[in-house]
Design a protein around this ligand. Structure first.
Ligand code: 26V
Length: 792
């Protein structure tokens, strides 16, 4: 290993050990690890060609993978070797590992789910490709200036990306615009603009390095590199213009996960990566099959939300225009290959494109969408329409063009059936199914929580890493005082580590024995960070009223970004920081209450915070959070949840037991009902003196003395249009928090409850989720499993 690293340093980076920087060392180590993966990767490709199984293609606009180096080291089981080599080379392992920038190619849950799925597909030995976009700039970097969010472009690619292989041979022409000609019943699309999609492959190797799949990300390049004619004329700007325009397509990840709509560039990104992915998978298919009609037997394409929903019309276009398959046959053939996952019910996040824009950017596709609409209306005259009020509705298009539609938690799937797709569900009653989300135990326990990992492995062996249900064996330790003590010590170690990091980076001193209460996720009104903050102020008031009472010390930790154009979310961020400033400098509550909000929450920060949490905040307005996956990560790492009956919280509570979960708040049904009451929020505020007091303080400028009207808008909103029912759930939330305080005062009992959480979370492994997709949607098999069965 040492020699390999030094060789890489010398021959790939042109450096010797004396002059190497941390960056050089990190790239050298990464390249050595990448070499190790390549063997598995080639072997998997070879076995896939031999077995000719069905392949899975996961199309996603986002893959929020974070850092890869530790994943690689642990999946390859090389921790000891790598650590020893680095130490012998006189370097520091942690410094090297922490030098890697996060690959932040996603906004939140949807992108992180795609990353967990890639890990599980590889661990299960299912032949699969992830297809997405190689954004030059991932999700923006967040900092705070006087408490307000400031966004800076993210620049992970200014450094070399050690894990990828550029594939200059995998290049496709992607057309936009232009016009369509019809002669003799055939359509000919003549695009007005062409860009090239070039592939960059990152190997994804599963647990124990037994199988490797590919994450193939497309970057956009000009079709003709450079306009020499303009250059020679001396028009240097024109010479570079078309190049710049083409590259714009993969330049930046859209940072808005709900309200961004109607943006031409976004539509181009969607078509760009979808079309390139389909061309690529069809080329692979046609290399060893000649019957295009057998495509569904070999290809399963999963659409991660509607972002790649243009895959339906695009596949039909290829079948009809390039393979001369009649339209009425092409539509069901395409449908058999495609499936769609819905990740949100928020109306503002349901994609729609104006017909006008669609016709301008993708004229042939608009014709095909009309044909799809016509065919569906003919068969089901009372079907809802894809084309409505001059818009193309991507949800309806995705539903109609796929053979399975899934929700991401039991509750969410029922709501999908009852709300967004109620009419389509009546027409196609077996199309909608549930696949509750999951998380990879490799990153979210083995990798991020070494102290707990060791304790578990010492107790039940190591097979849990690829078979998480084995954690149930830990339930019997609930009454084993020595084990509970070790479990508590592991949590405390993680809390001390986090406290050290907070003190170094933010200068705030935390008491590791206080309850660490964590809410980390995108800032959204429906996720109700505001309710958490109001409860914090109410608790502070009570503490100040009665400073000598026996309080349970708390640290409230927030993390998350707001979309740059989401002004209410940005006000909430500012208020958290303003309140933190006042509370953290109050001598009366100094040893009882602290608020910390480290900036730039990302995957790496989640890996630090989750293992150190005692209490997990999952407090969305019931019916709004499709699933949540952070909720699973916390419970797996031994935090108790305070939460509503929303998304996967419902199933987590079923698994861990209601006595080990702090439930509060209105149900999804009650939420819908409450909204019909006139003046519900004013009534709730009037009924709660505690809430009234807090809102009064905020409105008066208690937390912004030099700008007292700063939060009038926010407070006014709670009085008059509290759409997410913060006011209605406030009292029950506050009371439940006090129940958590009381429980925390009995540490052994708290630890036993936390242990039951860890021990009960096996079902939430993304390995279980992927097995469900493979069985119920894709009809795909594990090649490694088949090999095992054959040799048995
Ligand atoms: C929508 C849009 C709209 C157009 C602009 C860019 C953009 C980017 C992302 C989205 C989709 C947001 C939906 C989403 O992230 N849903 C989350 O999915 C998680 C995985 O299933 C789930 O756990 C969360 O509850 C759900 O909010």
């Amino acid at each position: 290993m040492k020699t390999d690293i030094l060789n890489r340093l010398k021959y790939s980076l042109g450096k010797d050990a004396e002059n190497a920087s941390t960056y050089d060392w990190r790239i050298a180590v990464s390249l050595v690890l990448r070499d190790q993966m390549v063997e598995t990767w080639f072997q998997s490709t070879k076995e896939t060609y031999e077995a000719s199984p069905k392949r899975v293609y996961y199309l996603s606009m986002e893959f929020l993978i974070g850092r890869l180096i530790e994943d690689m080291i642990s999946n390859l089981r090389m921790e000891d070797t790598v650590k020893a080599a680095i130490a012998e080379l006189g370097q520091d392992y942690n410094t090297i590992v922490h030098d890697e920038p996060d690959a932040a190619l996603g906004n939140g849950g949807l992108g992180r789910l795609a990353a967990c799925f890639m890990d599980s597909l590889a661990t299960l030995g299912i032949p699969a490709f992830g297809y997405g976009i190689r954004y030059e700039h991932g999700l923006f970097e967040q900092s705070f200036a006087q408490g307000q969010q400031v966004e800076k472009p993210e620049t992970w690619l200014t450094q070399r990306h050690a894990w990828e292989f550029e594939r200059p041979e995998a290049r496709y022409r992607i057309g936009f615009g232009g016009h369509v000609e019809h002669h003799e019943g055939k359509a000919h699309w003549h695009p007005g603009e062409v860009v090239m999609a070039t592939a960059h492959d990152t190997p994804v190797v599963g647990w124990k390095g037994e199988w490797g799949n590919t994450l193939r990300l497309w970057s956009a390049e000009p079709a003709k590199e450079f306009d020499l004619e303009s250059f020679n004329r001396g028009d240097y700007l024109a010479a570079g213009r078309s190049e710049a325009l083409a590259r714009t397509i993969s330049r930046v990840l859209y940072p808005d996960d709900t309200t961004e709509s109607g943006k031409e560039l976004r539509l181009k990104q969607e078509y760009f990566f979808t079309a390139a992915s389909l061309m690529d998978l069809l080329r692979r298919y046609l290399k060893d099959h000649d019957d295009i009609r057998a495509l569904p037997d070999y290809v399963a394409i999963q659409l991660n939300d509607t972002h790649p929903a243009i895959a339906g019309p695009e596949l039909v276009r290829i079948l009809v225009d390039e393979h001369a398959i009649p339209m009425d046959e092409a539509i069901p053939l395409a449908r058999k290959c495609l499936a769609y996952t819905n990740h949100t019910l928020l109306p503002e996040a349901l994609e729609r494109w104006s017909e006008h824009l669609m016709g301008r950017i993708l004229p042939r596709h608009l014709e095909i969408i009309r044909a799809i609409e016509h065919a569906h209306q003919t068969e089901f005259p009372d079907s809802p329409r894809i084309l409505e009020h001059g818009d193309v509705r991507m949800g309806e298009l995705a539903f109609i063009m796929t053979h399975k539609v899934n929700g991401v938690s039991a509750l969410h799937t029922e709501l999908v059936k009852e709300t967004v797709f109620a009419d389509l569900h009546r027409i196609h009653p077996t199309r909608i199914i549930n696949q509750t989300n999951g998380i990879t135990p490799r990153r979210w326990l083995y990798g991020c929580n070494p102290s707990l990992r060791h304790l578990i492995t010492d107790t039940i062996g190591e097979d849990w890493v690829a078979d998480l249900e084995q954690l149930t064996a830990l339930k019997s330790k609930r009454d084993d005082a020595a084990f509970i003590e070790a479990f508590t010590a592991s949590k405390r170690e993680n809390k001390v580590n986090l406290s050290n990091w907070i003190s170094e980076t933010m200068g705030v001193t935390l008491d590791p024995d206080a309850m660490f209460d964590v809410q980390i996720k995108r800032i959204h009104e429906y996720k109700r960070q505001l309710m958490n903050l109001l409860e914090t102020v109410a608790l502070w008031n009570d503490m100040r009223d009665n400073p000598n009472a026996d309080w349970t010390p708390r640290v409230k930790i927030f993390g998350g970004k707001a979309a740059p154009g989401y002004f209410v979310a940005k006000d909430i961020i500012r208020l958290i920081n303003d309140v933190a400033h006042v509370i953290n400098t109050d001598p009366v509550t100094d040893d009882k209450l602290k608020i910390v909000y480290p900036p730039n929450y990302n995957v790496t920060m989640a890996e630090r915070l989750i293992p150190a949490a005692d209490l997990s905040e999952q407090i969305s307005t019931a019916g709004k959070e499709a699933s949540g996956t952070g909720n699973m990560k916390f419970a797996l790492n031994g935090a108790l949840t305070i939460g509503t009956l929303d998304g996967a919280n419902v199933e987590i509570r079923d698994h861990v037991g209601s006595e080990n979960f702090f439930l509060f708040g209105l149900t999804a049904q009650e939420v819908m009902e409450r909204r019909t009451h006139h003046g519900y929020s004013r009534a709730a505020i009037e009924a709660s003196p505690r809430l009234q007091r807090v809102l009064g303080q905020i409105a008066e400028g208690r937390f912004a003395p030099h700008d007292p009207s700063r939060y009038h808008g926010l407070v006014g909103m709670l009085y008059d249009h509290d759409y997410f029912l913060v006011t209605c759930d406030f009292d029950s939330y506050f009371d439940t928090q006090r129940r958590a305080d009381t429980a925390y005062r009995n540490p052994a009992n708290w630890a036993a409850m936390a242990l039951v959480n860890t021990a009960s979370m096996g079902w939430f492994s993304s390995d279980r989720t992927i097995k469900g997709y493979a069985r119920d949607i894709w009809g795909a098999k594990s090649v490694t499993q088949a090999k095992l069965e054959k040799s048995a």
